[in-house]
Design a protein around this ligand. Structure first.
Ligand code: PAF
Length: 283
């Protein structure tokens, strides 16, 4: 298993692979890898000669210092999980903050044609500037043919597609279905931090999303939103931050349904101090 700690070595190796006409997939992560990440990597390996997996907890995308400090860092078990998938075809890039940012740990400001102002953008100031900064930088270092992102962070996926389009970055971005635990909870590195009572309560999020989807067949977006809000008000452990039914293309909250459009429901919930997000396609 090749592990690169600095971009100079990784870039030299990528140059070599490119000179041999090898194709490169890329799965950027913040580590604490789980089966959701594994599914992206396996997809990457099916379609490319090699897959680069970056493991980097990016400080500039955290709006909350405590969240950044507490974010799980599990490099050894991450490497073990990747070795089980493939010893030869995965390259790990696990840089230091300095390797990425030098001594200027700041994000660049990006415009994503308004996508950044919806949902997560309202609740996590500067988050998508941090994501754009790191993803653009990683694309420039890794120079992949194709990059894979999970639909759990659907807004992030849309924003990265916009980033690629606006900056004409030579990479194809593929969105991959949400990977769920058997009880429906969307896989997330944050799940590892849930205390048992909260872990048991958390599948309520997906259960409510699937019920909301069913209701959306006959009811307005407002009615469904009120219903979801009431369900969480009755839940002692989970605190709803937002539930929004949005147009899949613009991510703007839907006012009146049209059968020409597709919609998705998005949710953010606190389980203790851990913030969980999820979403579901509605039609
Ligand atoms: O989705 C994530 O894990 C992160 O936002 C990403 C894309 C790796 C950028 O740090």
């Amino acid at each position: 298993m090749m592990i690169f700690k600095n971009k100079t070595d990784l870039m030299a190796h990528v140059d070599h692979l490119k000179s041999e006409k090898k194709t490169l997939g890329f799965v950027p992560t913040m580590g604490a890898l789980h089966q959701g990440h594994a599914s992206l990597i396996i997809k990457g390996l099916e379609n490319n000669d090699y897959v680069v997996v970056s493991i980097f907890v990016n400080p500039t995308q955290f709006d909350n210092k405590k969240d950044l400090e507490k974010y799980p860092r599990t490099l050894n078990s991450d490497v073990a999980l990747l070795s089980e998938i493939s010893e030869d075809s995965i390259l790990i890039y696990a840089p230091t903050v300095e390797d990425i940012y030098g001594d200027n740990v700041k994000s660049t400001s990006f415009s994503y044609d308004g996508l950044e102002h919806e949902m997560e953008g309202k609740f996590r100031a500067g988050h998508f500037d941090g994501v754009g900064t790191i993803v653009k930088r990683l694309f420039e270092i890794v120079r992949p043919d194709t990059a894979y992102f999970g639909e759990k962070d659907f807004q992030q996926l849309m924003i990265i597609k916009k980033l690629v389009e606006k900056h004409k970055l030579p990479v194809k971005v593929i969105g991959c279905k949400i990977h769920r635990a058997k009880d429906g909870l969307a896989m997330s590195s944050r799940n590892a931090r849930l205390k048992p009572a909260y872990r048991s309560a958390a599948p309520f999020i997906y259960k409510t999303l699937t019920a909301a989807k069913e209701k959306f067949g006959t009811k307005s977006a407002n009615k469904v939103t009120d219903w979801v809000t009431k369900q969480f008000a009755k839940n002692d452990l989970l605190v709803l931050e937002y539930f929004i039914i949005a147009d899949t293309e613009t991510l703007k909250t839907v006012k009146r349904k049209s059968n020409k459009k597709t919609y998705r429901a998005f949710i953010a919930v606190y389980a203790d101090d851990i913030r969980l997000i999820d979403n579901i396609a509605l039609n």
